[in-house]
Design a protein around this ligand. Sequence first.
Ligand code: EPU
Length: 426
Amino acid sequence: MELFRVTGGTPLVGEVSVAGAKNSVLKLMAAALLAEGRTVLSNTPRILDVTIMSEVLRRLGCDVSIEADVLTIDVPSEPGTEADYDLVRRMRASINVLGPLLARRGEVRVAHPGGDAIGSRGLDYHIAGLKRMGAEITSEHGFVIARADRLHGATIWLDFPSVGATENLLMAAVLAKGTTVIDNAAREPDIVDICSLLVSMGAKITGAGTSTLEIEGVDSLRPVAHRVVPDRIVSGTWAFAAAITRGDITIRGAEPTHMEIALDKLHSCGADIHLLGPGEGFRVRMSERPKAVDVVTLPYPGFATDMLPMAITLAAVADGPSMVTENVFDARFMFINEMLRLGADVRTDGHHAVVRGKEWLSGAPVKATDIRAGVMLVIAGLRADGVTEVSDAYHIDRGYPDFLAQMKGLGADIERIAVPDDALPF
Ligand code: EPU
């Protein structure tokens, strides 16, 4: 087991650069399955989840290699049809091979991913949508099994603008016969990114970035080269880290138009935000104690649920009380138990949390429960008195490239250490 040990008291100051978005590249990798031949993705983040997805694709018969930030995927004429439990368990995004493989091969078996530490995560929207497009779907021995000779177009209304369901249905629809309409579709920049990849592969899609996607199926697609959209959640992490530690961080390569509400919240709490030129990123400076602000998470363009731990951590050191409301995942507040160990004053009631800010938190051993919670516990440790140890460090590897080096570059007193499992307090 590895943990991050951080000593509090140092503001983060300097520059970081942001790579492509985890939640985009994983789906772009799945989309590569739609065309035989070589897909090339640049601006790929070097993170554990990309390594896991590469393994998913290899087991489906693809050749996958990465050099610097360029990922190359060579897809055979007949990719495999099964994504096994071992890999799907490690990363839920493996479920995104369901749509493309069904469209391409007419059958697919994917292990059911189940829930995780942020809440229950159903597949019902994915399954209901694919059924409307003519698929027969059963669930047997922990696997979702889908079959369809040729999917056909359909009108699909999503109960909730689910990112994963929108992507799976989109990838199935591009090769279906006829026109598919996805209403109440997700609008995240990741969706716009996958639409732009699919369109350059030859798909016919309109409405990317709106709640209604219209897809006219085509017979085949061609592989292309594509640059992954910058990671708005990693960008937002550094932006909030600057405010929480009262530092000054220039975030190179970030796209401010993808995170307007998050930046507006930082502005309201007193941060100074300076936009650099187009494509260059922005700078966040905070010299005073942040003022308390209320935050409500919602699907894009709302405040991202993946930024909930950032909002709670900011509120925990802000001047005054804040109310933070989570509307997407039912267990995202699990992270708050770890914040309580750091001395944060937080009371939850249903999906609302009332946070009364303190000038300093208090260093303690804590556990990363997911990627975003993990990274924010480390940042919280910088605004805590003494030493904070964040165990289960691998969660952070799943989504933050070069995290240790970037933190050190910003002046953090941090190290990564391996400890035997029985030496951990929990
Ligand atoms: N939902 C259902 N049924 C479904 C699908 C979703 O009930 O068939 C529910 C979920 O339980 C949840 C809500 O709908 O309450 C939204 O889930 P969504 O499908 O949008 O999430 P996802 O596609 O599983 C992606 C990201 C998450 C991010 C969410 C929301 C990836 C790999 N994951 O998950 O990112 O929080 O969208 O924006 O893209 C992370 O990066 O740390 C992370 C968890």
